[in-house]
Design a binder for this molecule. Sequence first.
Ligand code: FAD
Length: 656
Amino acid sequence: WVAASFTKQQFPLVRLSSDSAAPRTPHFDVIVIGGGHAGTEAATAAARCGSRTLLLTHRVDTIGQMSCNPSFGGIGKGHLMREVDALDGLCSRICDQSGVHYKVLNRRKGPAVWGLRAQIDRKLYKQNMQKEILNTPLLTVQEGAVEDLILTEPEPEHTGKCRVSGVVLVDGSTVYAESVILTTGTFLRGMIVIGLEMHPAGRLGDQPSIGLAQTLEKLGFVVGRLKTGTPPRIAKDSINFSILNKQTPDNPSVPFSFTNETVWIKPEDQLPCYLTYTNPRVDEIVLNNLHLNSHVKETTRGPRYCPSIESKVLRFPNRLHQVWLEPEGMDSDLIYPQGLSMTLPTELQEKMITCIRGLEKAKVIQPGYGVQYDYLDPRQITPSLETHLVQRLFFAGQINGTTGYEEAAAQGVIAGINASLRVSRKPPFVVSRTEGYIGVLIDDLTTLGTSEPYRMFTSRVEFRLSLRPDNADIRLTLRGYKDAGCVSQQRYERACWMKSSLEEGISVLKSIEFSSSKWKNLIPEVSISTSRSLPVRALDVLKYEEVDMDSLAKAVPEPLKKYTKCRELAERLKIEATYESVLFHQLQEIKGVQQDEALQLPKDIDYLTIRDVSLSHEVREKLHFSRPQTIGAASRIPGVTPAAIINLLRFVKTTQ
Ligand code: FAD
């Protein structure tokens, strides 16, 4: 069906020339380069915002490809999925149509830090994503490798900066647009490594992107180098699962998308995962063969939180490491050994794997490999993901130094929205640290930069009790509709209904008060610990672990029964009750941060030469490089001292 619905467009071949009379067709509002996790979200977000969008990517049949693990979500990443969904993004909905094993991580902790996660059928995800992309109104999909950018004179209000106005493809043809988004992942000067062999590739089977990398460097972007890797894939029927620990999925499944009450496959029909461990023999093979493993010796930084087995053996010797055996899909013959990313020569990979319990007869179908690639220092982009150097040029995804599908998708949505808003000359859509994990991700990247692949975690988030997976729609859907135009009317109305129902429900729960002894009679299973004389609110009773909205409504049917009719509402009221007292204090702190964020620094300030503000040379250089947009962002740049912030604050107040 992909071939049937995809009509490959042939654009007229137009050579790039200095002749201003050269034909300027075709012309789009937004061009997105790359059909990975950032690119698919960026392209569809721009189209949802009303922009005529072109997605240019190497191959249509790799759109939505999961380059590494067959899973989405996890701790911190599940929050990003919910936020992408709240902005009407794709990945959460597509996962719910393709997941084969749902499990919420961190269940023992509070719902604020639960990690929604699922194993995904790789083939189905790609099919469903392609179907969605190819049927998105205002979105055209075109195969092609982009080699260069077309730049024009700066806009009058931004003197000095050039502006992107289109792209040049490898065959020399050109396409013009008002905004361009680069989401090229691991492809910029990508180099694949197995053992001592290295060859240019963006990922296994895909060409690298070299011309574009050279263009970016020539334009003056600061480029760094990072690495990552993937494990070998193992034949399912060669594994002895019967001796391994089995992990069954959750029942019921918790969907990623707010639009879904259930997922496409019932929990009882979902697939299990299995757990095994490495052993000293694995360490021995790694250590004896380091001379045959150039990826490990490279000084380039790899993902700290998803390290290769070689890095784990070197960093934590004599430990047993977990290996999760995860299904690649409902009808897939392959198993993905999570935790065994490696770049040993192919013949040694099978030797190592067959030392592991349950894998004694394992057959390696595809070897593990590493990839080294260029990334761009993300301090060169603004919180709307537009570059400081070139107007209307946006970067999103792994190109900004992140790792992971969810981090890429989150940036993709924001870049797509902002590229579109830029076309219609509307103010940028920025998510702050107080509003979402997306805000934390982008603020960390744009103010702190990164020297290793950046991954999202709940621990990076100051206001994690407020920024929960359950309330991402209240935080972002309403803004997505009003400020960005990327959310449908239907979703907006549903989020408005949920917000007002929660507010009403909480105020009703606060208004119902009985003595603790009366509560004891009404709900015998809960023992309320408070002074007998003080009345206790229904909201406080709901905080107890053994109480939910159903038991509360049984005790006090009127007026509580109506809040149990919608399951999601009942569950969310319970979560709101759990966090009610702590959230009060957190809201005060959030207000303080929001005040700092409201203090905008002038866009055209030249930190290197300005005389009206007293700043050290070091601070000037840091501000010049990162170009923070607010006092809040400036204060988070390492090395920008409190004294410098006070001076900046005075300066801002005198210029306002
Ligand atoms: P990608 O998904 O890489 O998509 C880039 C797209 O851009 C591709 O479609 C490509 O064809 C296209 N493209 C590139 N250049 C051009 C051009 N010039 N013209 C047209 N199209 C172009 N993440 C983890 O979280 N954990 C891991 O363990 C992990 N391991 C990985 C191992 C490997 C080998 C690889 C390759 C990736 C790994 N990742 C891992 C990263 C994860 O795959 C990425 O974070 C995610 O896919 C990034 O999404 P993206 O959209 O930025 O880029």
